[in-house]
Design a protein around this ligand. Structure first.
Ligand SMILES: [Zn+2]
Length: 388
């Protein structure tokens, strides 16, 4: 395999070559010994990063794509669904020899996507009804930018910066202007005027106002020059100059309002996380969040065998047997139960339904994988009212 970049090809991944060697050696042994045992294994996380209380599942579409055409059955939570520690979120069943070399890739697909979607959902909750754009593609390998930004979008970001990612999501990419444009043009107002002159009318005019001078005076200059054509101003103030970021925004807001520019929106970016978003939310209309989302801590899902040839069996520390996770549709009470056990009625009188759905049956994708927009709606619904 010769690649221009240091990435595995689709064929490498589908062919089971992105595998820890011990699985390949296990397969070699199973073949020589003629072991044909059927196995059920489940994916779950004992603990979430930084002791988060919950996560948002992502990466399931790619799991389906990876196992498509292979003789296995998979059932799983839907993407965008909330899960808690210890809850299985997916289960694979088949001849162990048919899927053992895919464990590395399967885990990689859900651990990273879910980490990003979970962080994005946390930012969403922190930001409330404010706009959030994913700006962090530049911190990650470009080959995985679409995956990262899809997960960020599913988790709750309103938009993504990268063109290729936005195409995958069937949304318009979101962005303002870089410092580079202002540096090259030599002046904030000149750069904003040029942007207004050249760029498609549908793109909102948001001036970046921290490049050369004080944010307040630049905001007033740009607003004065652009009048009602100016949609907003972005402050990406460097940490070395920031002092109290909230106070800077407050001052800019005051000065703009005083001169009749009440409609000019305030955008914040630059090293933001949940805490900073919560702090700035009262004064800021939109956030560009970068590294915090794209470099989100991964969720440590494990894939553990819990049934062999129909017998419940698991290693020490893990619960054996196939399981179901059920949720009350009225009060959201959740339970892990043995697969096939009676769900009973919830104490609130509500009805329990399973969070598991067939994803792949004998190598055929049977689930409606859903458009990213719909998955995002599901996630927004599921995280409503959750604590950060
Ligand atoms: Zn209930």
């Amino acid at each position: 395999m010769k690649h221009r970049f240091h990435i595995a090809s689709d064929e490498d991944i589908k062919g089971g070559r992105v595998t820890d060697v011990y699985f390949a050696r296990t397969l070699e042994i199973l073949k020589v010994k003629g072991i044909e045992k059927r196995v059920r294994a489940e994916f779950f996380a004992k603990k979430l990063p930084v002791n988060y209380g919950w996560g948002v599942l992502a990466g399931i579409e790619e799991v389906a794509r990876l196992m498509e055409g292979k003789p296995v059955n998979i059932r799983s939570f839907r993407e965008g669904e909330v899960f808690y520690p210890w809850e299985p979120v997916a289960e694979i069943e088949g001849r162990y020899a048919d899927f053992c070399v895919f464990e590395t890739a399967l885990l990689g697909l859900i651990c990273q996507s879910t980490g990003v979607a979970t962080k994005s959902a946390r930012i969403r909750l922190a930001a409330g009804d404010r706009t959030v754009a994913s700006f962090g593609a530049r911190r990650m390998h470009p080959a995985i930018a679409p995956m990262i930004e899809r997960a960020a979008f599913i988790g709750g970001c309103d938009g993504v910066a990268v063109i290729a990612s936005a195409e995958l999501l069937e949304v318009d990419p979101m962005g303002t202007m870089p410092h580079a444009l202002i540096l090259v043009m030599g002046d904030t107002v000149e750069a904003t005027r040029a942007f207004d002159e050249v760029i498609d009318r549908d793109v909102k005019r948001v001036a970046l106002i921290d490049t050369f001078n004080d944010e307040k005076f630049e905001a007033l200059r740009v607003a004065g020059a652009m009048k009602e054509r100016l949609y907003g101003v972005r402050l990406d103030t460097p940490a070395s100059r920031r002092g109290d970021f909230y106070r800077i925004f407050e001052e800019v807001r005051w000065e703009l309002d005083l001169r009749g520019f009440k409609d000019v929106k305030l955008f914040a970016s630059g090293g933001l996380d949940e805490d900073e978003v919560i702090r700035l939310k009262p004064i800021v209309d939109a956030f560009g969040v970068g590294t915090c989302i794209s470099n989100a801590p991964v969720v440590d899902f494990a894939m553990d065998i819990m049934e062999i040839d129909g017998e419940a069996v698991a290693k020490r520390g893990k619960w054996s047997g196939a399981k179901d996770v059920i949720k009350c549709s009225s009060c959201n009470e959740r339970k892990i139960i043995p697969l096939g056990a009676a769900t009973g009625e919830c104490a609130c009188g509500g009805v329990f339904t399973s969070l598991f759905h067939p994803l792949v049956t004998e190598g055929r994708i049977v689930a409606d994988l859903g458009e990213p927009k719909k998955i995002r709606e599901r996630a927004l619904q599921a995280i409503k009212g959750l604590a950060l």
